[in-house]
Design a protein around this ligand. Structure first.
Ligand code: MG
Length: 276
């Protein structure tokens, strides 16, 4: 008798258009496919389905108002006013910067040290604007030399390379001593130039590099380094090797005894995909 009652109840649930069936449909609402899916295949090597409705949405960032201006999540390292985010390295006589600030830019003090940020950074996007002042007549590596060193160790060369010729892996846009730029996108001395750098920090374990650094560089809007593997700490006339360091290190601007100018420097710490 009990079994018969269950059979009747089950049959009632299966009847088309019955109230019981409507209740079942309400229990599992239809997925809005404009927002995603919950029944598609998983992506290889990812914990997410194709178009996964539960995949985290990327955080919103407001772009800069004009090209080159910092977006809303950038750290401004120099906004045209002061060098409070920087200090002088031991090479200089004082920890307080002697690099001169004027007219919205600052300039290398050839008698001072290198300049490093007070904060430390690892994986990052970096925007730097620089200029070799008009009248620079130096040749080779003496042609308005400075440099942008990620983690104080991996240098993108700053140099007058519009007219001035030097070895290819030491001209502007090179990863110094390792990779020449893909093309020479230099502007003339006296004109502002830009670097947009996308940097992956190296990873060390037990004193060994287990993942090298990678660098992508856009010079004046032109790709000059395309996800290049870095061989190690910058060095002159030798093959670079790594020296283990912490996951974050200061950004360094090189004093190579030339009055190179910088302005509008900002940096974004990079997080991985699917990080809220
Ligand atoms: Mg240099």
């Amino acid at each position: 008798m009990i079994f018969r009652s269950i059979f009747v109840l089950t049959a009632a649930l299966a009847l088309p258009g019955s109230d019981a069936q409507a209740g079942q449909a309400a229990a599992k609402p239809k997925v809005d496919h404009s927002l995603g899916y919950d029944n598609t295949p998983f992506l290889p090597g990812q914990p997410w389905r194709v178009h996964d409705i539960t995949r985290p949405h990327p955080p919103k960032v407001t772009p800069g108002s004009i090209p080159g201006a910092p977006p809303s999540d950038a750290v401004a390292l120099f906004d045209g006013k002061d060098l409070s985010k920087w200090r002088m390295t031991a090479k200089g006589k004082t920890a307080t910067s002697t690099w001169k600030v004027a007219n919205g830019y600052f300039e290398v003090d050839p008698q001072g040290g290198d300049l490093v940020t007070r904060d430390k950074f690892g994986d990052c996007q970096l925007h730097v604007e620089w200029m070799i002042p008009a009248g620079e007549t130096g040749k080779g590596q003496d042609g308005g030399n400075s440099g942008v060193m990620l983690m104080s160790a991996y240098e993108i060369q700053v140099l007058e390379s519009f007219r001035n010729v030097t070895y290819a892996d030491g001209q502007a846009g090179s990863i110094y001593g390792q990779w020449p730029p893909l093309v020479n996108a230099s502007r003339q001395e006296g004109e502002w130039q830009s670097y947009d750098i996308f940097f992956e920090a190296p990873v060390f374990a037990a004193g060994m590099v287990v993942k090298p650094a990678y660098m992508t560089v856009v010079h004046n809007g032109v790709l000059v380094q395309h996800h290049k593997e870095i061989l190690g700490h910058v060095v002159h006339a030798k093959v670079a090797v790594y020296s283990p360091h912490t996951p974050e290190e200061p950004l360094l601007l090189q004093n190579h005894h030339h009055q190179v100018r910088y302005r509008n420097i900002w940096i974004r710490r990079l997080k991985g995909y699917d990080v809220r």
